[in-house]
Design a protein around this ligand. Structure first.
Ligand code: FES
Ligand code: FES
Length: 162
């Protein structure tokens, strides 16, 4: 028997009946079709499934769908504007070649955004490496990911100052 859950995803409310054992990542991918959130391990090691849960970056394979009742979740699909304009973090990953296969990228972007928010404008190369240590990339060697996040932090700081 399903458990009723009301969750707002990328600003849109959804009322769903879910199995108590269903993970949030599977609700997003299989029930809502938001396949930008990836599954790299299912054991909370890779970070490919990272989304924002009430404003905090979480690995959505570590959250039960029933725990999302009443929550606001943002996925990579919620990043670009409706007219297709990319978020500055997406733009930075594009410009600085922060991705190769792209499998880790949605999780990296969601984790990096939280990192920037937490860093209060004082992000360093070392800080990015430490902040993203829960997100694994098998392709890039991380160098360009770090560059991307620092570039995004600068762009977002500049736009925040107007
Ligand atoms: S799929 Fe969630 S951490 Fe790997
Ligand atoms: S770009 Fe391929 S896993 Fe990171």
């Amino acid at each position: 028997m399903g458990v009723p859950v009301r969750v707002t995803v990328n600003g849109e409310p959804h009322d769903l009946d879910v199995e108590p054992r269903l993970l949030l990542v599977h609700l997003l991918r299989d029930r809502l079709g938001l396949t930008g959130t990836h599954v790299g391990c299912d054991t909370s090691n890779c970070g490919a499934c990272t989304v924002h849960f009430d404003g905090e970056a979480v690995k959505s394979c570590t959250v039960l769908a029933v725990q999302a009742d009443g929550a606001h979740v943002t996925t990579i699909e919620g990043m670009a504007k409706e007219d297709g304009e990319l978020h500055p973090m997406q733009e930075a990953f594009w410009n600085k070649h922060g991705l190769q296969c792209g499998y880790c990228t949605p999780g990296m972007i969601m984790a990096a955004l939280s990192l920037i928010e937490e860093s209060d404008g004082a992000l360093t190369d070392e800080g990015v490496r430490m902040g993203l240590e829960g997100n694994l990339c098998r392709c890039t060697g991380y160098q360009n990911i770090v560059k991307s996040v620092l570039a995004a932090a600068e762009a977002m700081g500049a736009s925040a100052k107007g």
